[in-house]
Design a protein around this ligand. Structure first.
Ligand code: ADP
Ligand code: MG
Ligand code: MG
Length: 199
């Protein structure tokens, strides 16, 4: 079973990963966006880690809703409300249970990803974070490692796509040939989940 501490560790592992990879995320965003994705998420996840330490929420749902709120209020840019919605919706779906199993987490994450698609209007194949998140959630019933591999593959598969949502879509065909920054950070978030489960 997964308790609040597991979810706190997922978020702090994600924060550390975003810190390590911020430059790479910003470089990807400089090719098809405005070169701020790494710094946006670094600011957001630093705020998440600080808030979790200060408020110490004691259920899985409360950890994720707090994290989502922090992302919405600190990340300027498209990815803040989208990732914020992902975590808040997932947290809300987890309810107030002290512990959840993997099946419950998979179902809750599915609701979170649905929330992102509703808010941003993106579907799979539009070259966004959705291209990593949907395969990850689909694979989660086979385990955390399968979800990590699926997210990574999904992110890499955005390279030949033309962007249909977000800033990159303004480039039209010139968005082809670059990996999407948001799909890349989503793969980091899922990898952090798998790392937490394996630790
Ligand atoms: P901004 O584009 O406002 O500078 P970021 O650089 O932080 O925001 O995030 C860009 C990422 O957000 C993109 O790479 C893409 O994955 C994701 N994104 C943008 N618009 C959407 C959308 N409508 N639906 C889903 N994801 C989106
Ligand atoms: Mg950007
Ligand atoms: Mg921006």
């Amino acid at each position: 079973m997964l308790d609040a501490d597991f979810f706190r560790r997922w978020m702090t592992t994600a924060a550390a990963s975003v810190d390590r990879e911020a430059e790479r995320l910003t470089t990807l965003d400089s090719a098809i966006g405005d070169a701020d994705h790494g710094s946006n998420l670094q600011r957001g996840f630093t705020a998440v880690a600080t808030a979790l330490e200060k408020e110490a929420p004691d259920t899985p749902g409360a950890v994720l809703t707090l994290a989502g709120r922090q992302l919405i209020s600190t990340v300027g840019g498209a990815s803040g409300p989208l990732y914020g919605t992902l975590l808040r919706r997932t947290g809300k779906a987890l309810g107030d249970a002290a512990e959840v199993d993997e099946e419950k987490l998979a179902a809750a994450l599915r609701e979170g990803v649905d929330g992102v698609m509703k808010l941003g209007g993106a579907a799979p194949g539009d070259k966004t974070m959705i291209d990593a998140l949907v395969p990850a959630v689909d694979a989660l019933s086979s385990g955390f490692a399968a979800a990590r591999a699926a997210a990574e593959e999904g992110a890499e598969a955005t390279t030949p796509l033309q962007a249909r949502k977000g800033r990159a879509s303004y480039l039209g065909e010139r968005s082809i040939g670059h990996q999407d920054p948001g799909a890349t950070s989503s793969a980091l978030l899922i990898a952090a989940l798998a790392d937490t489960a394996e630790a």
